[in-house]
Ligand binder design. Structure first.
Ligand SMILES: Cc1ncc(COP(=O)(O)O)c(C=O)c1O
Length: 446
């Protein structure tokens, strides 16, 4: 089934966007150059469940789900009804705090193991800035050991200040630290995921200088058994604040986050994305000991008290518990992977879909990285033409049902057949209507 319309209007608007919005999009992952430029839709008009509609009128089954924000699916009826009621009955941010803040704080404290106190904000990068600031204040130290992607702010991008011409082979290729004060060089120090030695070395060589270890505990794959427990021990030994960046894992891998799934409790954790089902909200949770430092700090913003998005978060968390959503997406993710992998086997492609099920990675097995790029771009291109938005990494949600899988499989079958044919004939590059998808940046945690 091919999409009925082209994407002319999307690209007309994109031209205009490049004139009035630097970069054309607000989030780098929404830039069409990262997918199949010229074929990938750029602008949408509506989203519901696991689908969105582009400005040209095409409908897509979405497997990326707005980089993982909507675990209940777009425009969930329960969450939206609560939000509408809040707007009508409470209104927006008042002069004094809304009592909803306490209800939400209590709900998070009852759900997340490390949470004894909570602060709110509006997004993931922002939550990390708050956590880093508190950790620095709590320890009186400046340096940060990190592993993973943690947002766009100075403390993090400063990691690239010292890389000079080696940026491309460095940790965050594609992210130039333009505008980041050079004085921050040497304050954000990377370590490798699942490599304890790399963390231990860092802690030893910067003894007494590191305020926090901030890391994604997992992404698509479970960490090696015992790894996070050892990280916990190292943090305690070196009196470093351990922060789990749960912006992706929180309320997705487990209702209690990665810390709940793996049974390792950090000192602080940050949440956004899945916490509020698409409404802009973030939270920093942590032990009373560490979070109390914030009593004396200037950490403050007008819209952090907004009751509308707090309502979205509160309702989302309660709906997760009621529907057992995290168990559902894990099981459904495994079904989706098994069905796709069966087709991959049928077509004998160097490819597999792998992961916990909550997050699924598409793993190509070519020796030549250019082949991987070409195959991925061709895959995205042909999926898009068949009304599937699959950038090669899934964030499944409550609306991805077995019926949706039935809709997807014949389209995937067609796409895999084309890839097989292209590989047999050796003409993958010639089939690209799109320019090669640019790698936005490489993440450190798989
Ligand atoms: C692990 C992680 N932390 C932080 C962020 C930044 O969150 P936001 O885009 O809401 O600022 C992201 C976004 O992708 C993320 O994946």
């Amino acid at each position: 089934m091919m999409r009925p319309y082209g994407v002319d209007k999307s690209y007309e608007l994109h031209k205009h966007a490049l004139e009035v919005i630097p970069g054309g999009t607000q989030l780098i992952s929404r830039r069409p150059t990262g997918y199949a430029y010229g074929v990938t839709p750029v602008f949408s008009t509506r989203a519901k469940g696991c689908r969105f509609w582009d400005v040209d009128g095409n409908e897509y089954i979405d497997l990326q789900m707005s980089v993982g924000t909507n675990v209940l699916g777009y425009a969930d009826d329960e969450v939206d009804a609560a939000v509408i009621k809040c707007i009508q009955e409470r209104g927006p941010v008042p002069s004094v705090s809304s009592d909803l803040e306490l209800e939400l704080a209590d709900e998070i404290i009852a759900t997340i193991p490390c949470a004894e106190m909570v602060r709110f904000c509006k997004g993931g990068g922002e939550a990390n800035v708050i956590a880093i600031r508190i950790a620095r204040a709590y320890t009186g130290r400046d340096k940060i050991a990190f592993c993973g992607y943690h947002g766009w702010h100075d403390w993090y991008l400063s990691a690239n200040l010292e890389s000079g011409e080696t940026l491309d082979g460095y940790l965050l290729p594609g992210i130039e630290p333009l505008g980041v004060p050079k004085g921050l060089a040497g304050t954000a120090l990377p370590f490798e995921w699942e490599n304890l030695e790399s963390l231990e070395k860092l802690l030893e060589s910067h003894k007494g200088e590191i305020a926090a270890i901030i890391m994604e505990a997992a992404r698509s794959f479970d960490p090696k058994p015992g790894y996070l427990q050892e990280v916990r021990k190292l943090a305690t030994k070196h009196e470093v604040v351990l922060i789990f960046d749960e912006v992706v894992t929180g309320f997705r891998l487990h209702i209690a986050g990665a810390q709940g799934r793996y049974g390792v409790t950090p000192d602080m954790a940050t949440f956004a994305k899945a916490i509020s089902n698409g409404y802009p909200f973030g939270a920093v949770a942590g032990t009373r000991e560490v979070m109390s430092r914030c009593n004396d700090m200037f950490v403050s913003s007008t819209y952090w008290s907004d009751p509308i998005t707090a309502t979205a978060a509160l309702t989302t968390i309660r709906e997760y518990k009621k529907r057992k959503v995290q168990e559902y997406i894990e099981q459904m993710g495994k079904k989706y992977m098994a069905a796709y992998n069966a087709l991959v086997e049928k077509w004998e492609l160097p490819l597999r879909y792998a992961g916990t099920g909550h997050n699924v990675a598409m793993v190509w097995d070519f020796d030549d990285p250019i082949m991987t790029k070409q195959a991925r771009t061709y895959y995205v291109q042909e999926c898009n033409k068949r009304g599937v938005f699959d950038p090669g990494g899934w964030h499944l949600c409550w609306s991805h049902t077995e019926e949706v899988l039935k809709e997807l499989l014949p389209r995937a079958d067609e796409v895999f057949a084309l890839i097989k044919d292209a590989l047999d004939k050796g003409d993958l590059a010639q089939r690209l209507e799109a320019s090669l998808g640019k790698e936005k940046f490489r993440r450190l945690v798989s």
